[in-house]
Every structure is written in structure tokens, then in C-alpha cells.
Design a protein around this ligand. Sequence first.
Ligand SMILES: Nc1ncnc2c1ncn2[C@@H]1O[C@H](COP(=O)(O)OP(=O)(O)OP(=O)(O)O)[C@@H](O)[C@H]1O
Length: 414
Amino acid sequence: MPGPELSRVVLVRYGEVGLKGSNRAWFERTLAGNLRRALRHVGPCHVEDLHGRLLVRPEALATDAGLDAMSSAAARVFGVVGAVAAWETPLDIEAIREAARALVRAALASSQGGPLAFKVSARRSNRRFPMDSMEINRDVGADLLRLLGARLQVDVHRPALTVHVEVRDEAAYVYGNEQAGPGGLPIGVSGRALALVSGGIDSPVASWMAMKRGLYVDAVHFHAMPFTSEQARLKVLRLVSILAGWQGRMRVFVSRFTEVQKAIYANCPADLGVLLMRRMMVRIATRLAERHRYDALVTGENLGQVASQTVPSMAVVEAVSGRIVLRPLLAWDKSEIVDVARRIGTYETSIEPYEDCCTLFVARHPQTRPRFDRVEEAESKLDVDGLVDQALEQTEVVEASDAVGVHGGGLAGR
Ligand SMILES: Nc1ncnc2c1ncn2[C@@H]1O[C@H](COP(=O)(O)OP(=O)(O)OP(=O)(O)O)[C@@H](O)[C@H]1O
């Protein structure tokens, strides 16, 4: 067993954050704060600055499983490129060897079959350490082969395990394969956005992509109960709680859209129905954004040939928005969107077969090249302000969090 002077930590690598000039310190502080929040359910720990890296130090003695849980949680924080459980050792080659042995023994315990292909990869930034990186590679590699050689095999090209040794000024770190993080920017550095989330595949992915670029994202969902079911509403709450797992928490404004839809259906041309609904959604979302200080709206729109997703249709909808409308998926292929949905955990819920309010009254030939004057003429038959106010009065706020799932109540008010 390794001696008591070896400590267990998690090393966290970040990418772009390090490149942002004068904003760098602020980005790093935000990332450290987000990391602390993400780890608070896993175990008490400190986050330290390791000059270009962050180091997570558990407050209590952590088991391998505990450290792996910490590194998995860190690998879900935006801005993190990779995370890995590591041994922190004094600046002494025997301590480094000992940590490498412990690392390899743990890898052998969980690997089956033939010999484990490995290599040692050392980096030395501390010039006072008496061995250079090539010498460390040779020394640690030879030590491992001497002790555990029957189950090991050196493979410098395609190792199953790379034993990393990093010799820094204050300590050395020994660790294995890193877990990839999502990359991007720390949530919060780009501002706040309100995402229009349906129960489909696209809008949860669009929300996630917005988070990935540093936006703090909350959601608004429009339902048309009793035409849409309680199941459809619960499905959206489940999607939001999956997204909350990436952000820590997420609020969803659940807005009753039934009266809006009835009014459009009764008074307006069928071929403009979906566009008029979208314009009303965007008006309501804009009012929520003004009241709750969101800088932008986010949608899952994607340039295509369906009614509301052509350039002319988007222009007609965007015209009523008081906020910039971000469309992270605009140019993506469906297969690319599905890949991300699978990776972030929303896909299986998104494909559950519940109806969205917009699909209820879809015309057979919806307009793909709408004219502004026709749209405005159609809307003159509606009490637009009254309908927006009514929907806002019938908006419920539900909070989702990574810790407690979804809980709700309360009205958004005006
Ligand atoms: N009921 C709803 N509540 C909130 N936003 C909605 C709703 N329906 C549609 N939207 C917004 O409008 C966008 C376009 O919707 P549409 O149904 O045309 O496209 P989609 O490609 O099926 O999107 P999704 O997969 O997100 O449903 C959605 O991505 C979402 O941002």
C-alpha cells in the first residue's frame, strides 16, 4: 500500500478558458465556483488553483470509488476538457514509483484477460528535480515491469493505460486515463438566456449547446391542456431536470397556451396558424425575459422546409421578439442533433410519443413564404396584448435541480 504522504486528488483540465486574455481570471473563478457546486453532492472538497489546472482536494480520506465519482461529476462541468483521479506525491522518485504501482494495480484489478498494454508519459516543469522526463519514463516503466511484469506489456503506440507523471514545483502528480469533459465555457460567463423548450429532440439539445457556450439557461414551455395531456407536460419537466443535471439547476416557466391557440384557430387563416402561434410564443417569452432579466431567447429551430423553419418564416417570427433569438442548431443535420441528444441523455425522453401543442392544429399546406402584411392582417383579428397577459397570468414556475429532481409551484405573475 502507498505511504501516508501520498494524497488523492482530482486534476481538472480546462481549455479555451485559459486563452481569453484579460477575462481569464474571471473565467477561472467562475469555473472553480461551478465546479464546487457540481461537487457538493459528491463529497466535501476544496478547489485549488494549480496554474493552468484546477485541483480538487477531498476534505476527508476518499476511496477510489469516491474519487471516480468526483472526477465524473467534474467531467460534466462546462469549460472542463478532462478530469482524472490522481496521486499527489512529494518530489521524490520513490514516492512517484509507489503512486504508479498503486495506479497500475488498480487498473489491473479492473481489467480482465491478457496483459495490460501501458506506457509512462512524464512531464517535468520543475527544473530542480534531478531526473528529466525521459529518465522518469524509463525509471518508472522499469520499476512497474520488475514488480508486475507478468501482467504488463509496454506499448508506446496504443496503450490501454498511460501512466502520466507530472513533476511540478510543489509536488508531483501521477494519474491514468482522463475522462473527457464537455469543453466550452463556464456557465454564466456569456449571460442568461431563456430557451423555448418543447418536448421534441431539438430544443433540449439547443438549450445544452447554449449552456456549453457559457449561457445560464432557463426554459419556457407552452402547453395546451386539455388538448395536450398531463403526460406531455411531465415529459418536458423530465427533460428540464436532465438539463438541470448539467447546469446544477434550471427553472421552467410552464405557460398555458390554450386560449391563444383557440383564438388563432377560430379567427385566423389555417395556413398561417403555426407562424401565428410562434409569434405569440415569442411575445410571451420576451415578456418573461424582460421581467426576469434574460439577455437572449434560444430555440431549437433548424433551417429546413417545414412551415416555421424557413428564412422568411423565421424573419416573421423574430420581428416580434424584443430579444436576440439564438438558434444553436440552425445548420445542423438531424443525425448530428440526435447524436448529441443521446450523449447528453435527453434522447430517450424526447422520443416518448406525447403531443406538442403546435402539432394539434397544423394545416395541410402551411405557409413557408409568409408575407408580413398578411400576418399582420390576420393578427388584427386577435386581442394580442390581452392573450399575452392572460398566458402570463397562467404561467407556473417549476424549479428542477440535479439534487432533488423537479419540484414546483408558484405563479410567474405579470
Ligand atoms: N410547446 C412549445 N413550448 C416551447 N417552445 C416550443 C414549443 N413548440 C415549439 N417550440 C419552439 O419552437 C422550435 C421549433 O419548433 P418545431 O416544432 O417547428 O421544431 P422541431 O424541430 O420539432 O423542434 P423540437 O424538436 O424542439 O420540438 C422548438 O425547437 C422550440 O424552441
